[in-house]
Write a protein that binds this ligand. Sequence first.
Ligand code: BGC
Length: 768
Amino acid sequence: MTTIRIPDSKHVLILAISVALALFLNPSFTTGQTSVRQRDKAVEVRAETLLKQMTADEKIGQLSQTFAFAPGATLEKRIRDGQIGSVLFLTDPAQINKLQRAAVEGSRLHIPLLFGLDVIHGFRTVFPVPIAMAASWDPSTVEKAQAVAAEEARAVGIHWTFAPMVDIARDPRWGRIVEGAGEDPYLGSAMAAAQVRGFQGEYLGAPNHIIACAKHFAGYGAAEGGRDYEAASVSDEQLQNVYFPPFRSALDANVGTFMSAYMDLNGVPATGNRWLLHDVLRDQWHFKGFVVSDADAVKDLKTHGFAMDAADAAVRAFHAGVNMEMAVGSGDFGAYLPLALKEGRITVAQLDDAVRPILETKIRLGLFEHPYVDEASAKQIIESPDHRTEARKAAERSAVLLRNEGGILPLKLSAYKNIAVIGPLADSKWDMQGPWTFANDANENVTVLNGIRDQAGRDTDVEYAQGVQISRKFPSPFAALLRGKRPEPWNEEQAKEQFSKAVQTARNSDLVLMALGETQDMTGEVASRSSLDLPGQQQQLLEAVVATGKPVVLILLNGRPLNITWAAEHVPAILEAWYPGTQAGNAIANLVFGKSVPGGKLPFTWPRNVGQVPLFYAHTLSHAPQRQGTRYWNEESTPLFPFGFGLSYSTFQFSNLQVSKPQIYKGDNSEITVDVENTSNVPGDEVVQLYIHQQYGSSSRPVRELKGFSRVSLHAHEKRTVRMLLTKDDLTYWSSATKSWIQDASTFDVWAGGDSTAELHSTFAVVR
Ligand code: BGC
């Protein structure tokens, strides 16, 4: 129980109001008795009461967030002095409580801190990376995963995650493609909403949940050349139809916060972009939460050649709509907004508007009543075996089977006496988890080798050889943050020896499982690549192993499409496992031995070659569409694998595509049904995908657009009718011709099937 110092009678009054409102706000008290509206009102009243007590400096303090890699006396003093409203990057509940005590017991108004962290794909239990979760095409799996992540994070005292990242990424050179849901606005929107629901629960402040943050608003995925942080030039049409929808979907799911992006958007830095953060977000979308800047993005406004100096940067970010500055050290808001207020560059009313949603968030989270975390119970929650089970299931549901010639998978154990497990990622605990994992224990990660060994049984020998080492040319800036060390690099002689040993191990086996891809720090922030080739000598190793004539199963661990054009011709089985997380090896073993059946689908178009990027399925048609696949004279311009693609151990057939009405009026829904049948003896999942194309209108529309999907589990030979609804929104788009949202009268093609090349076709018309 906290002892709060009460300095004067004014505070007695505030305390009394607080207690009354706390009772009122308590979900169990309010359920069924007070409406959401009344609860919102109570929050507003309480924030307003608090606001009236605050000095300008205390308000500016609430707008200031700082990293606390190693909290020290200076930070505690700043907190006690009311200069900090939020702290990020702590994961130790004792440290969190210590700083919280400084705020709650040491600061004049006892306003608790908001603790934030990038809880991207799990906390202590690491789930598959977001791109993998999107490949599950299963919002309920995604929601559950983020609910587990939220529960673990909240158990150590974290209140706020900087996730989901909902940036559309169509250029896999950009390393942050791993953090999002890929190329498609419809799939991206579904994943955005599912993540927000998972993190936040049913309402902002739900127990065991945390506040989510839709980032990075907006256009960050369109960084020039795929180079992280570079400018993005995105037309209004693309912004509205492609890049905005997942943000809008997060907002509709009631996301509590947004993060502004680093880069210039069409010449104006996103963090200083009032059109983006104010006109779109507040005026048009009616966002009521608060915006945090990306780390040091306010200071960057000077670097961009946008702000005159640091003071100008603070004022312009503030006016653009940034409520809270995330700063690595001391921020510009704290340093310059007090003077800006005195000089009239910002007003008290504007300051209040900026602070209000931050206070409201703290109130909704119940932090005034329960500022501290129970250090004793944290361990039990973060070590929950149930969470590990969920992580394993999610990894199994995310995997995408890209090739399975001759049905080599699932492996029949009795057929193999000696299995070779080869590759630099096969036994690397570290590389099972992907980027943005700061709170887990990598020792717990089950590697591919461990998983295979566990399940191979006594009658099958499993031999392992690493073969090659891979590393970045320019080290990741995050390397220092991750616990554990990379092994020493081999010298030339050792490298040759290891390579030959791996080939020999393959020769001595009946079957080879190769685990290739990218190390966990080769994707994520500051992890762009100019090539999509398998890094290091992996391609050479793969070719040498295939040359032994042994059957090879390639398991990919990565967060972006890689150049596997050679493998797609010469390696009989390819399983895209992504970075599966804590339970990697167990999930992969279950998949290759057939205890579970792969059912994931690609959330991006897989190019043959880096020269093709950006490559996405929803392009528009143009002159000579019959030559679409031969736009380059040297190589097919078609993808290696289309968007939405993924095989299974089952086989499926689609039939009987029906459109409810051949003609509908603008504004009406159209109901689509299709039959899907499991034509095999193996139970499995198929993702039913619905695509449309508007044949003519005020603008040209993409050749196909995903507008519905449903992952269905089918028993052997089971047939099911799947129903999907096309709504007015699905048939409306932002037109460059009218500069507005429009629904055209037109004829629409409809396709349903198992990927974006689905052939089952119908049409319907929309008339005035
Ligand atoms: C990243 C954000 C992240 C923040 C805090 C920045 O460098 O761009 O996505 O939330 O750091 O870790």
